[in-house]
Design a protein around this ligand. Structure first.
Ligand code: ADP
Length: 507
């Protein structure tokens, strides 16, 4: 039996580090936070019980410095390391080194990370567990002409993917047979450059799919539960923007396939920890396995809100060796949850990353709204890290209720200092088509009208003014204006109007 975990080092930063600390505080677990120069005042640094500065500019010196991170955990007598997501979270060598140092890695075993990190091996084991696969093949075992013949059998377009790929990188769509040979060569070269392996897979490219995934958690006693599904179809260049649970209009048959095969796959590999099985779904709600992410996912809060469970706490339970004592039949979706990712990027300029000081960063406390962020007003957002600066998470009785809440809330928050995607988020939740039918993964690519507007509409100006009146009259929270000692002037001050909600003016 493992000891109860008393102290955790969080090998991550910002939003996810702050999120993990919240659960640790709730459970009375001590935390060690990491930070780099310039991050001294980020919430996760202020909230951790102990903090350690990682010196250096490069990620390999800081958040990817596995040896250093393990050494800190040992020196500070931690019992466990939580990797969060990104960085070292799916690095089997790190997971192995953590265990070798007699620390608990809050995640699956290194062997399972290795297995699932390879798209080809993951496909093979998924097939063995009876999970439906996107039709496809591994071209390495064929000559070029045989591979072309197989691609013809799949039918064009096909998708070539790096087996070691992740985060939407290393994928290439081939529309015509004549582009195939060249596509294979280029995809292999790109895969080699990005991931160190040139192995690729060829899959049928589903034309208008939805991205549906299943949250799972497994323990060391062979128990595996699913925490229902999430719909993450609203993506841009394979980067998720909106996630929700439950998925819009999903049939009972589709759910049955999703949940039963997700659990079968976890049992097949002896999965321990929280994880996500990703699927794509066609128009007829046929689902196909995409991949498994062997870690906590960015969008886990929507599953937490509809099930009432704390996924980080469950991760700690299973890492301690406890058995999951939950009844699958009791895990039901109550209401609807939606997550909007607020990015430091400029939708009007090809979504280029933006950066700068968050001159205003204010989120009023509303019932049924959860804000997960690793930043605070006055803090600097740089391009050194992921552009996501906050997750706006909403809970409602049903989908409409949730979307109405999100649309109203966006009018009352404040983010400025540099352009963000806040207006795009507002337009998505208000969009008639988004509200009335399920979005496909092409939603944003097809709906450029949602972000390519010439200027801010009158309605948005009015919303801005209303927001300012609200802040002035209702809030007791600290709300600084751009200059330190400048007081917030009345609502109709024009310079204030420009900055109250960021995203469309670089101020
Ligand atoms: P990564 O590991 O890089 O995230 P995935 O295999 O999970 O790659 O795919 C990322 C996204 O690419 C999916 O969410 C989906 O939108 C799209 N995609 C992947 N495979 C296919 C396919 N065969 N057909 C259509 N779209 C696909």
């Amino acid at each position: 039996m493992k000891q109860p975990i008393q102290k955790i080092l969080i090998a991550n930063r910002a939003e996810i580090a702050a999120r993990i600390i919240k659960t640790c505080k709730k459970r009375g677990i001590q935390t060690v936070g990491l930070f780099t120069a310039g991050e001294e005042n980020l919430p996760h640094v202020l909230e951790a019980d102990e903090i350690v500065l990682l010196e250096g500019e490069e990620l390999s010196d800081t958040y990817l410095n596995a040896a250093k991170i393990i050494e800190i955990a040992k020196q500070l007598n931690c019992d466990a390391i939580h990797p969060g997501y990104g960085f070292l979270s799916e690095n089997a060598t790190f997971a192995r080194a953590v265990s070798d140092a007699a620390l608990i890695f809050i995640g699956p075993t290194a062997d399972v990370i290795d297995l699932m990190g390879d798209k080809k091996r993951a496909r093979d084991v998924a097939e063995k567990a009876g999970v439906p696969l996107v039709p496809g093949f591994s071209p390495a075992q064929f000559s070029t002409s045989q591979a072309l013949e197989k691609a013809h059998e799949l039918g064009f377009p096909v998708l070539i993917k790096a087996t070691a790929g992740g985060g939407g990188k290393g994928m290439r769509i081939v529309h015509e047979p004549k582009e195939f040979e060249n596509g294979l060569r280029q995809a292999a070269a790109e895969a080699k450059a990005a991931f160190g392996h040139d192995e690729v897979l060829v899959e049928k490219y589903l034309v208008e799919p939805r991205h549906i995934e299943v949250q799972v958690i497994g323990d060391a006693h062979g128990n595996v539960l699913h925490l229902l599904e999430r719909d993450c179809s609203v993506q841009r260049r394979h980067q998720k923007v909106v996630e929700e649970s439950p998925a819009f209009g999903l049939s009972e048959d589709a759910k049955e396939v999703l949940f039963s095969t997700a659990i079968a796959l976890c049992k097949e590999v002896g999965y321990i920890n929280a994880g996500t099985i990703e699927f794509i779904m066609d128009k007829d709600q046929k689902v196909f396995f995409l991949e498994m992410n062997t870690r906590l996912q960015v969008e886990h809060p929507v599953s937490e809100l509809v099930t009432g469970l704390d996924l980080v706490s469950l991760q700690i339970d299973v890492a301690e060796g406890k058995a999951l004592r939950l009844d699958q039949n009791a895990i039901k979706a109550r209401g609807h949850a939606l997550e909007l990712r607020l990015y430091a990027e400029d939708p009007q300029h090809n979504f280029l990353p933006t950066s700068g000081k968050l001159t205003h960063f204010y989120f009023p406390a509303w019932p049924n709204v959860r804000i997960d962020t690793g930043y605070a007003e006055g803090e600097e957002v740089t391009n050194r890290f992921d552009p996501m600066i906050a997750k706006l998470i909403f809970y409602g009785m049903d989908r409409n209720d949730c979307l109405n809440l999100a649309a109203a809330y966006i009018d009352h928050l404040s983010v400025s200092g540099f352009p963000t995607n806040i207006h795009l988020l507002k337009r998505i939740v208000e969009d008639e088509a988004f509200r009335s039918q399920a979005a496909t993964t092409h939603f944003l690519a097809e709906r450029t009208d949602l972000f390519e507007w010439a200027t801010v509409t009158e309605e948005e100006q009015m919303a801005l003014i209303a927001a300012t009146v609200f802040f002035k009259s209702g809030s007791s929270q600290k709300f600084s204006s751009q200059a330190e000692n400048e007081t917030v002037t009345p609502a109709f001050n024009s310079s204030w109007q420009k900055t109250a909600i960021g995203g469309f003016r670089n101020v």
